[in-house]
Design a protein around this ligand. Structure first.
Ligand SMILES: [Fe+2]
Length: 264
């Protein structure tokens, strides 16, 4: 039951993950791409790494500062009401997210025009499609509790297609090679993190109706991710192409069952 259900859920997700990948790979060679749009997507990625929210127990208020504040506030509860390793996991996750912010912020600052200021977290802003994704995730958590949170964990990272398609620029001269290097730094920990979110579903004892609801929530979130990513990258895909992707007119991502340690 569970293995077949996971396969079906991955079957729902795989074409939508491919859609997000297509947004990013289309951008690299898009006529809309300029130094300005590169700086914009980097700032927006920094926003996501630093302020993004909605998928973790400790991250309301931002991935980095929200988690830091939460950890500080819970100091007195360590080994009293919170297990020490839960805190260690939170700190590991925090360190990883902060290092991703650093990687993209460094790249932004390298590429910026002479005389313009370096980036800092306080100048970063969300964009409407990013806000829509966050609002959808909070709504799913509010309306469906643990199941909504589980759906958020499943869709977090979007199969890391931003980073894998950035890494595909490796060996190209100039900016592209530097983008590849930054994405490579982030890819491995994000991929493991994301697989953990996917594999975690196997541990839940979901009934048939829960699996159906999970499929609906995951599809809604992944569609919102495609729009978030398309806007982040200055709209390389048309609305018509996105509608076609949503109808399934795309070759799905090949899910790595072995790496996820899930039975195929
Ligand atoms: Fe990250």
């Amino acid at each position: 039951m569970s293995a077949a259900s996971i396969r079906r859920l991955i079957g729902v997700a795989a074409p939508l993950w491919a859609g997000e990948a297509e947004v990013v790979s289309a951008y690299w060679t898009s006529p809309k791409r300029t130094r300005e749009t590169d700086l914009l997507w980097l700032r927006r990625q920094c926003f996501k790494e630093f302020w993004g929210s909605g998928v973790g127990k400790y991250d309301r208020g931002g991935v980095v500062l929200g988690q830091l504040k939460n950890l500080l506030a819970r100091g007195a509860e360590i080994d009293v009401s919170i297990d020490r390793y839960e805190i260690l996991d939170a700190i590991d996750g925090l360190r990883a997210e902060y290092s991703h912010y650093c990687a993209f912020a460094d790249l932004h600052d390298e590429l910026r025009a002479a005389g313009t200021p370096r980036l800092n977290p306080h100048v970063l802003e969300a964009w409407p499609e990013e806000d829509a994704l966050t609002a959808l995730r909070y709504r799913h958590q509010d309306e469906h509790g643990a199941l909504g949170m589980r759906a958020c964990k499943f869709t977090e990272g979007g199969y890391c297609t931003l980073f894998s398609s950035g890494m595909a620029l490796e060996g190209r001269p100039g900016v592209d090679g530097r983008i590849a290097a930054a994405c490579a730094k982030v890819y491995d920990d994000e991929f493991e993190h994301m697989l953990a979110g996917i594999a975690g579903i196997a541990e839940e004892n979901l009934g048939a109706a829960d699996w159906q609801l999970m499929e609906r929530l995951v599809a809604e979130q992944l569609k919102a991710r495609i729009r978030m990513r398309n806007a982040q990258f200055s709209l390389p895909l048309s609305d018509a192409r996105i509608a076609a992707i949503e109808r399934g007119d795309i070759r799905p991502i090949e899910f790595d069952y072995a790496r996820a340690q899930l039975a195929a």
